[in-house]
Design a protein around this ligand. Structure first.
Ligand SMILES: C[S@@+](CC[C@H](N)C(=O)[O-])C[C@H]1O[C@@H](n2cnc3c(N)ncnc32)[C@H](O)[C@@H]1O
Length: 281
């Protein structure tokens, strides 16, 4: 039933907008979008920008969302989205996925649909007696599933004060205050040493710079979920070789348990995650 409804949406949107838009622009209307709670993220081509408000209004009405954002580039230390609000005025949404409520400002904070498999994988990755440290927590993207579904203890570190506000709210919304604690600091300032059974490094481009800190937080034996971006021509050697080299320099051996592709990051560059067991030499 739902599938049939979805199939009817695109023709309905085209039909309404063909009354306002020049015919050559109707074919450029977005055929794919991302809906997070009651906010829609729409990729809009330059040619459509003079009509962006009219277009966003129709998508909002047909899809039943309160706000529409124009998809743009993600960047900077905090991986901010900076998506333009083109319809409505409230970009804060509550998105439900795999039994978890994620509240966040979709115009500023990334929530990638392509990372869904990894978020779901985390929901059964840890044992209840583990201590997990999430070094790049965001709004709890990867660590809320661990706290909620695995019942493990989680320390979540997030540097951006704005994102941190939502992380704290999400811990309460998901009722995991008894086992999840959040810190609004740069993870390099975190004081815990030799405490973690498992470490999440959900960051890209510069993740290798944080390996020494991860090893400091890790117990003598631990598992690290190491994300990074890697040019295709260096795969599959990288990024494990670099990890192993840095770990050795810090007195740890490493064993690659598994590697997975998360998504295409740029032409010829992949976002990957490696599960690595580290142990003190
Ligand atoms: C790309 S988001 C990813 C969130 C989540 N780990 C995931 O994989 O879906 C990375 C987060 O790390 C935060 N961050 C960046 N550098 C940090 C640092 N040095 N210490 C703590 N958090 C940091 C950013 O603000 C951002 O919220």
């Amino acid at each position: 039933m739902k599938r049939r409804k979805t199939q009817l949406i695109k023709p309905r949107i085209r039909e309404i907008l063909s009354k306002t838009l020049p015919p050559e622009l109707v074919n450029l209307l977005p055929k794919h979008w991302v809906q997070l709670g009651d906010v829609l993220i729409l990729p809009l081509r330059e040619e459509l920008l003079p009509y962006k408000y009219e277009i966003a209004k129709v998508y909002a009405e047909v899809l039943g969302v309160k706000t529409v954002l124009r998809k743009g580039k993600i960047g900077g230390e905090f991986r901010e989205t900076n998506y333009e609000i083109i319809y409505g005025n409230d970009p804060v949404t509550i998105h439900k996925e795999n039994g978890i409520l994620y509240k966040f400002d979709a115009s500023k904070i990334m929530f990638s649909p392509a990372n869904v498999k990894e978020r779901v994988r985390m929901a059964s990755i840890a044992k209840p007696d583990e201590l997990v440290v999430d070094m790049f927590a965001g709004i709890g993207h990867l660590s809320l599933p661990i706290a909620k579904h695995c019942g493990a203890r989680v320390i979540a570190i997030e540097k951006s004060p704005y994102t941190f506000k939502f992380l704290v709210e999400n811990i309460e919304l998901n009722k995991v205050q008894d086992r999840m604690t959040a810190y609004n600091i740069d993870n390099r300032e975190f004081k815990g040493e030799n405490i973690a059974d498992r470490i999440l490094m959900g960051y890209v481009v510069k993740t290798h710079e944080f390996i020494p800190k991860a090893l400091e937080i890790a117990k003598d034996e631990a598992v690290i979920h190491y994300h990074n971006t890697v040019p295709e021509r260096l795969m599959p050697r990288e990024p494990f070789e670099t990890f192993q080299k840095i770990a050795r320099e810090h007195g740890y051996e490493s064993e690659l348990l598994e590697s997975r592709i998360i998504k295409r990051y740029a032409p010829g560059v992949w976002h990957v995650v490696l599960d690595i067991r580290v142990f003190k030499k």
